[in-house]
Design a protein around this ligand. Structure first.
Ligand SMILES: *[C@@H]1O[C@H](CO)[C@@H](O)[C@H](O)[C@H]1NC(C)=O
Ligand SMILES: *[C@@H]1O[C@H](CO)[C@@H](O)[C@H](O)[C@H]1NC(C)=O
Ligand SMILES: *[C@@H]1O[C@H](CO)[C@@H](O)[C@H](O)[C@H]1NC(C)=O
Length: 968
């Protein structure tokens, strides 16, 4: 027995535990405190993919990666981007001296935050950014009296903001943004605490949640010291409390994208330190706020509210710090004064959809930084043009342009001003192997990558490279000052996202060697997660989401083992006391291991899907296979570029050939866009239940190695968009277009009416309709799909996602998604089938264009110019007209006026009958017999076909990609 026990103890865990116990008693000072070791040991056993040097019994003495100690006590755990997965078990609570816990950017960390976290009384930083944590935020968090930083943003937390957070009197930073929090903002009430008590807190970041109710009047007071109040993109209602005007310290205020109503309190302009003010997309009414005196204002966006009609207010000209004045659809009328273009930092003026009239005169003394003046859809009838303007002026849909104006200002120029990418520093970039990239200093290395998002930048000209150069310099200075092994940083592709955040890709290159080790990543990650990095003035509050970093150098644990054994032998002679200890230790370790196993099981939502289980396996997953990472890696030739057939916001799509010869399309979530394990499981369960000949079917999935992949049947002829644009070489005549419309409609009808629960697709567009070898349409890409949780309610409230041009305006305004939102997008798709144009092309929105050109008294409704000639020359013009009618029904402003998908299906069938077709007969020929140029078996996604010299018959030979702003 003893022999067995001793032998067992030489095994991994038990040996180390023994050593800890022995040392704890015998030579206590040298080694990690037992409680701390036991706690870390338990966490280590719960988590997958811990760093290789997490072995042995002495996390402090042997410097486990990411663990820092003071004496023999663990005081800090910083594991950002370590690719960990598992749950945070309550074992964490034993680390009684812990001050910092940072698990950011480990998307595989899922499950709830344990209530026991409230025992970590010394904790000052709790940073769990961009993980997969779910469930409610435990109220026990309110007992962490020392807490200064609380960052739980970008997880899946649900439920209310615990009122106990109001007890955190030392809190400086409170970031709960980008979760699924609901309920009201808690304020104190005699016995219960509330956020109004947080007088030391500078940052309330609550955006991108589902908070509702009124913003409590009591939330604000003159004793507060808030700098950033970010409540954007929630469901807050009622009016803006006038107490907001008491918080003199405020610098950035975002209340946009809520349902706030009533007048804006008049004392708002007391807040003279505000630099960024966002009130857009609410239902605010009453007089336009008077911003006179708010002389620090850089960025103002009050678009899309219901303010009283008003003349151009004097403060347009008096605010000398303005960079960006965004006041779309705010009922402003009258002529713009010349003086408003002179503030020397002014970059963007957007006054779309107002009633600005008279002459636009920018004058000769205007801001040298001025980039865009967008006055689309106003009443301007003259423009005083001077030579040498470098400003982009947009006067589309003004009287000055309606008389067939051909000047630049009468057409949209899709000037992408956001192509910045850090240049090489006086050197020539190298070609690099594998996943290495050439750094700005021209060395090949594996950079650590991620996304920097600035929630309230003070500027809008993303084309000014000196602004980004200053950000690079500041980043490098901070890395250097903290002695982090960073060679250089690269920033690229700045864009404005749907919430007006400035989003940038960041690459951090290692110095000394071509990869970061764990310590390096921990340091770099923490600098960005903990807000140690302060961006230069003007960038405002930010958050970073790091990607997985798979290139760690392997530290080996082998070297520790022999010395441990020595200790063991020494200890083993210490007689009977020690044997007793051994026994206890063994039992304890066994216990721990059990616990760890249970925890591992809990953290893996797939555990119950054991593919080997003979019975009771996975009934809900009939026909859907679980693939290992290795299998998919093999069948795509290690995800080679050759097999890369497309990409999107979620990641890339690869073609693969399974061992049974089946060709599949593998959608691989890129690190950063993958979801929590549970959500992924839900999605698979959903997809595996969807079976319809007009819906792309799921073959299997992979949830392995921290990867999330979906394996679909491969659809030979690529996207409808490729065919409409002429890229695929397949000629689509009217008959084929009708059959495609019918197939797609049936697929979508199935999702709405027959799938259980019903599914709203959310991203219907020609890129998501695939054509098989017989040109049957198949609806693809459920990446954004939403289940109709409660069909009774008829809608779900979500963050607005979708693709510009297809997006239902009603959904955009109300954020309430219904199946009629898909109908709108489908209507746009029908217009695309009619015209072969992208929804937004050369500055024209197809829906508007068709409506404006339409004259029902004329042949083909007077649409010959707009229709694709192949459609306009159809031998059944009446069918084309009926099709136009149907399309326009689908794009009605109000969802209730749009037909349901089953009505659309019937409508298309009627149109087909008018065209002399039998809707019940499918086409039989294969695509290779279709006109145009034969492309053999080449896939239209493939690289070759993108550069194919063959041009199929289509009026649109240039495909504009501008319609993908939202997702890709
Ligand atoms: C706006 O506020 C300024 C300063 O408080 C005041 O002088 C001005 O009359 C106000 N304008 C309007 C239109 O109320
Ligand atoms: C412009 O609009 C203002 C306010 O509606 C009106 O008073 C003025 O006469 C208009 N000016 C021109 C040139 O149409
Ligand atoms: C770019 O930004 C810098 C710093 O903000 C400013 O001084 C410069 O004038 C800007 N350049 C242009 C062309 O806007």
């Amino acid at each position: 027995m003893l022999f067995y026990l001793a032998k067992m103890m030489i095994g991994r865990i038990h040996l180390s535990l023994l050593v800890a116990l022995v040392h704890g008693l015998v030579i206590a000072a040298a080694l990690t405190h037992t409680d701390d070791f036991v706690s870390l040991e338990a966490l280590r056993n719960t988590w997958m993919d811990v760093p290789p040097n997490w072995s042995g019994a002495d996390p402090c003495g042997h410097s486990w990666s990411g663990i820092s100690c003071s004496g023999n006590r663990v005081v800090s755990i910083t594991l950002a981007s370590f690719n960990l997965s598992g749950q945070l078990s309550s074992d964490i609570a034993r680390l009684s001296e812990l001050q910092t816990l940072d698990l950011s950017y480990n998307k595989g960390m899922t499950g709830p935050l344990p209530a026991a976290i409230g025992n970590l009384k010394k904790l000052s930083s709790l940073i769990l950014v961009g993980c997969g944590f779910s469930g409610p935020i435990p109220p026990s968090i309110g007992s962490l009296q020392q807490l200064v930083y609380l960052s739980l943003n970008s997880n899946n937390f649900i439920g209310e903001i615990p009122s106990s957070i109001g007890n955190l009197s030392n809190l400086y930073w409170l970031d709960l943004a980008d979760n699924k929090l609901s309920g009201t903002i808690p304020v104190s009430n005699g016995s219960t605490p509330g956020l109004d008590m947080l007088l030391q807190t500078k940052h309330f970041h609550f955006g991108r949640n589902q908070l509702s109710g009124e913003i409590p009047t009591q939330l604000f007071s003159s004793s507060m010291t808030l700098i950033h109040l970010l409540l954007e993109n929630n469901q807050l209602s009622g009016s803006i409390p006038s107490t907001l005007g008491l918080v003199q310290t405020l610098e950035a205020v975002r209340l946009d994208r809520n349902s706030l109503s009533g007048p804006v309190p008049q004392n708002l302009n007391n807040l003279t330190s505000i630099q960024e003010l966002f009130l857009a997309n609410n239902q605010l009414s009453g007089p336009l706020p008077n911003l006179t005196g708010m002389n620090s204002l850089n960025y103002v966006d009050m678009s899309n509210n219901s303010f009283d009609a008003t003349n151009v207010p004097p403060w347009f000209s008096s605010l000398q710090s303005l960079t960006s004045l965004i006041m779309e659809n705010t009922h402003i009328r009258g002529q713009l004064p010349v003086s408003m273009f002179s503030p020397f930092q002014l970059q963007t003026v957007s006054l779309k959809n107002n009633r600005i009239n008279g002459t636009l005169n920018i004058g000769s003394i205007y801001s040298s930084q001025l980039k865009v003046i967008d006055l689309q859809n106003n009443l301007v009838d003259a423009f005083t043009q001077r030579a040498g303007y470098s400003v982009q002026i947009i006067l589309v849909d003004n009287p000055i342009c309606t008389e067939g104006g051909t000047e630049n200002y009468c057409t949209f120029l899709y000037q992408s001003n956001s192509s910045y990418s850090t240049p090489a520093e006086n050197c020539t970039p190298l070609p690099c192997d594998a996943d290495k990239l050439s750094s700005p200093t021209c060395k090949c290395a594996y950079p650590y990558t991620g996304t920097l998002s600035f929630r309230a930048p003070s500027f809008s000209n993303f084309g000014n490279s000196s602004v980004f150069a200053s950000l690079e310099k500041k980043l490098m200075d901070t890395f250097r000052s903290r002695s982090l092994p960073v060679d250089s940083v690269s920033l690229n592709n700045p864009t404005k996202d749907i919430d007006s955040y400035l989003v940038l890709n960041l690459q951090v290159f290692p110095s000394g060697q071509d990869y970061f080790n764990y310590t390096g990543i921990s340091g770099v990650g923490f600098m960005l997660s903990n807000q140690t990095f302060k961006p230069p003035h003007g960038f405002g509050p930010f958050y970073f989401i790091g990607n997985n970093y798979p290139y760690f150098a392997g530290l080996t644990s082998a070297s520790h083992k022999s010395s441990r054994t020595g200790v063991f032998i020494g200890a083993a002679v210490c007689g009977i006391v020690l044997l007793l200890l051994l026994l206890l230790a063994g039992l304890y370790a066994l216990c721990q291991r059990k616990r760890a196993e249970t925890a591992t099981k809990k953290s893996d939502p797939f555990a119950s899907w054991d593919p080997n289980a003979k019975s009771g396996g996975v009934p809900q997953l009939k026909g859907t296979k679980s693939f290992s990472f290795g299998e998919l890696k093999r069948c795509t030739d290690n995800f080679s570029d050759m097999n890369d057939v497309g990409s999107g916001g979620y990641g890339k799509v690869y073609r693969g050939i399974l061992s049974n010869g089946q060709v599949v399309a593998i959608k691989r979530a890129q690190q950063g866009s993958s979801q929590g394990g549970l959500e992924f499981k839900t999605e698979i369960e959903l997809l595996s239940r969807v079976h319809h000949k007009n819906v792309v079917s799921l073959v299997g999935f992979c949830f392995d190695h921290g990867e999330q992949m979906l394996v679909y049947e491969f659809i030979a002829n690529g996207t409808l968009k490729d065919s409409l644009s002429g890229r695929s070489g397949i000629r689509l005549d009217w008959v084929r277009r009708l059959r495609i419309a019918l197939g797609a409609a049936k697929g979508l009808q199935y999702l709405h009416d027959l799938a259980n629960p019903p599914i709203i697709h959310r991203d219907i567009k020609s890129n998501n309709i695939l054509l098989d070898e017989r040109l049957n349409a198949k609806v693809a890409d459920f990446g954004l799909s939403k289940l109709m949780g409660d069909p009774e309610k008829g809608h779900v409230t979500t963050q607005v996602k979708g693709t510009m041009g297809y997006l239902d305006p009603e959904y955009y305004m109300t954020q309430q998604l219904t199946d009629k939102s898909d109908v709108y997008s489908f209507g746009v798709l029908l217009l695309e089938l009619l015209t072969s144009r992208s929804p937004i092309e050369r500055g024209k929105y197809i829906v508007m264009e068709v409506k404006e050109a339409m004259d029902k008294s004329k042949d083909l409704y007077n649409l010959q110019e707009i229709l694709d000639p192949i459609v306009a020359s159809s031998t059944a013009p009446k069918s084309v007209e009926k099709f136009v009618d149907l399309a326009l029904m689908c794009v009605q402003e109000l969802g209730v006026n749009r037909p349901s998908m089953s009505e659309v299906v019937k409508g298309i069938e009627n149109v087909m009958e008018l065209a002399g077709l039998n809707p019940n007969v499918e086409s039989v020929s294969t695509s290779s017999s279709y006109g145009g140029t034969s492309k053999g078996s080449e896939h239209p996604y493939s690289n070759e076909s993108l550069f194919a010299s063959t041009v199929a018959y289509s009026p649109t030979s240039v495909v504009e990609e501008n319609d993908r702003v939202q997702r890709d």
